[in-house]
Structures are given as C-alpha cells and as structure tokens.
Ligand binder design. Structure first.
Ligand SMILES: [Cu+2]
Length: 372
C-alpha cells in the first residue's frame, strides 16, 4: 500500500532535487559523518588523556580575533617584561654590591630624589600608552560588529544550567536563509552537549543570552569569552580560520554543574557544512523511527510504520541520508551512556537495527534508492 505512493514521491523528489547542490553523500559515508559531527567530548585515549583537550589562543589561534588577541598579549608582555625583570636584577646587584664588608664604613642615609621619581613615573606611563593604543583598537574591533554582514552566519547562543543551545538564524555564505530554514541544536539523545558547527573562513556573529543565571561562552582557540545574561543580548564575532574540533568551557561560576558545562565547536568546509545542515533539517522527523529502534527490543510493526510515515512525508535522497545518519549518530551517542546493552553488544544490536531499517527503506522505496 505504502510502496506505490512512496515511489511516486521519490520520482517527484528526484526531479526537484536534480538541480540541488551539493551532492548527497552515499549511504556508505554515514559513519564518516557521524565520526565528524558527533565526536565524543569526554573520550580518553589509551593513556587516559582527553582526546579533544581545550587548546589555547596562544599556542594555536584558530580565528582572526584569536590571532589578534595572541599578538596583542605577546606585545604587551614584551613591553612590560623589563618592569618585572629590571627591579629584581637591580635589587640583587645592590644587595651584593653594598653588602656589609666589616671595614667600618657606615651606610649612606638619604630619602627622595625628584628627578628619579619623575623618570620612574614617566617611563611606565609611556609604556602604558604604547600598549594601550593597539589594545584599544583591538577591544573596539571585538565589540563593534562588522559593517557588511550580508554573507555572515548568525547564531543565537543560549546558556542554561548546564548546557548550550544554538539557534541558526542565518547560515551565511551564498545561500539565503528563510525563517523556515532556521534550526536549533543543543543536546543529543542522551543529553550530551552537541557542537556548534561553523564554516572555515565564514564569519560568524553570535548573539548571546541566558535562560537562567549568568554563564560565559569561552572557546580560547577562537579568542572569544563573553558573558551570557538573562534578559539581554551580548555579541561577539570572529572568523574561524582552521578546520577542526575546538573545545571550551563555561567561564562564569553558575552552579554545581559549572565544571561540566563544556562547549564544543566544529569548523568544517562548505561541503561538509551543507551535509550537516541538511541532516538538521530532517532531524525532528526521524524521532519516531529512533524511538521504535532504541528500546531493548524492536517491534517490527512499529518500526515499519515509523519508517513508512517518515518516507511518506518525503523520500528525497537527502531525507534518506538524514534518516540513516540520525540512526547511526544516535546509536553512537547511546553507546557512550551506561545502559542495559553495553559496549560490543550494543554496537552489534545497533548494526543489526540499521540493517533492518535499510531493508525497510529498500522495500518501501524500491530499487531506485540504490542509485542515491
Ligand atoms: Cu558556568
């Protein structure tokens, strides 16, 4: 009954997606994208070190702002370092040179030297001005939003005890975003923080706020640290310049979960970002299939109904890829959470269930899916 209807929808979708870009990834690439988009924040290596540590702006700046912040900090360190070192060197030299020599000489006693006092006040003032001018410039740059924002990504960042929600208000680049295209990411099926996904060399403007108490969004590699405050918006912007996975942490003491209020950001190229946004658009529709799959046992009838309902709403290649992606991604998240099925047993069970869904997709959509 379902099959002819879905086949017809498939045909319509094939026509409508013919001009669509980019290319839909093959079903075999699902696991590659799960490994990219759904990285384990708490994963440890063989030596029990965190696989994705928080990296700093100084050793590995990953944005234009981080580069500027690192440069400004090194510059001020260079200017101020003599003030730290010189007095210590002079002190040690004076102690040694005028040490008590047991030769009967009395130490000189004097107070005040106006000329010296003017000099040691003037030099630090000049140093402050030398450092202050470029710092003022940088602070102004960080605060002032860029003038031409037409190609920028815009994300609303919402802090809440103890996680982050990201609402994509505009994706940026060449693709205009309509209100219907907006989506939100936050926590995965087991409640773990999801990354904010950004595009290399695409500037992002963040509008930050909070649901409850104050938090602060801090990712050192981007050179960004900003308070999120309930009832008002704060703003930051930066351009990610390196591909990769970057981690941060809430930087405003917000409660007992503050220490585990992690932040993760993934910077990808435009092609991978397009795949990610497409999977996000169909995500909510995959929930029923996942709920039929995720129990200890699977009710075949309920699963078939859920897959059938998903395909009836649309069975374009992107929708098929998204269904496969979310089943695999949710399974990866579930595997990190202690449960009735653990480790290898859970992995095998989930692989078997993915095969089950694949068979259903093929049966309900016909052989055309093989070419997607
Ligand atoms: Cu906090």
């Amino acid at each position: 009954m379902l099959r002819p209807l879905i086949a017809l929808l498939m045909l319509c979708a094939a026509v409508s997606t013919a001009a669509e870009s980019p290319v839909v990834p093959a079903a075999e690439q699902v696991d590659r994208y799960v490994a990219l988009f759904n990285q384990d924040l708490l994963a440890l290596d063989d030596k029990r070190r965190v696989v994705t540590p928080i990296t700093g702006a100084f050793d590995a700046p990953a944005s234009d702002i981080a580069r500027d912040v690192a440069q400004a900090t090194w510059f001020s360190l260079l200017v101020f370092l003599p003030f730290l070192v010189l007095p210590q060197v002079l002190l040690i030299w004076i102690i040694w040179k005028y040490r008590k020599r047991q030769d009967g000489r009395a130490p000189a006693t004097f107070t005040g030297n106006h000329r010296l006092e003017i000099v040691w006040t003037a030099i630090p003032v000049v140093a402050l001005i030398i450092v202050g001018i470029p710092m003022w410039d940088l602070l102004y740059k960080m605060e002032a939003p860029p003038a031409d924002q037409r190609r920028d990504m815009v994300v609303e960042v919402r802090g809440k005890t103890y996680a982050w929600d990201y609402k994509y208000q505009r994706l940026g680049g060449d693709v205009p975003t309509t209100r219907g295209d907006q989506f939100e990411v936050g926590q995965d099926v087991v409640g773990m923080q999801e990354p904010i996904v950004l595009v290399k060399d695409r500037r992002v403007i963040m509008n930050l706020t909070a649901n409850d108490v104050n938090h602060a969004w801090w990712v050192p590699a981007f050179g960004v640290k900003k308070d999120t405050i309930k009832g008002r918006y704060t703003n930051v912007w930066f351009t990610p310049e390196k591909l990769g996975f970057f981690k941060g942490q809430c930087a405003e003491l917000c409660g007992q979960g503050h220490g585990i209020m992690l932040i993760s950001a993934l910077v990808v190229d435009e092609a991978d970002f397009a795949v990610w946004t497409e999977t996000q658009r169909h995500r909510a529709d995959t929930a029923r299939v996942w709920s039929a799959l995720s129990g200890t046992t699977v009710d075949a009838k309920a699963l078939e109904d859920a897959v059938g309902a998903y395909l009836l709403k649309g069975s374009s290649p992107w929708r098929l890829f998204s269904l496969r992606y979310w089943i695999a991604s949710n399974a990866a998240s579930l595997a990190r959470k202690p449960g009735e099925l653990k480790g290898e047993a859970l992995k095998q069970a989930m692989l078997a269930r993915r095969v089950q869904v694949e068979a259903l997709i093929n049966r309900l959509t016909g052989p055309t899916t093989a070419t997607n």
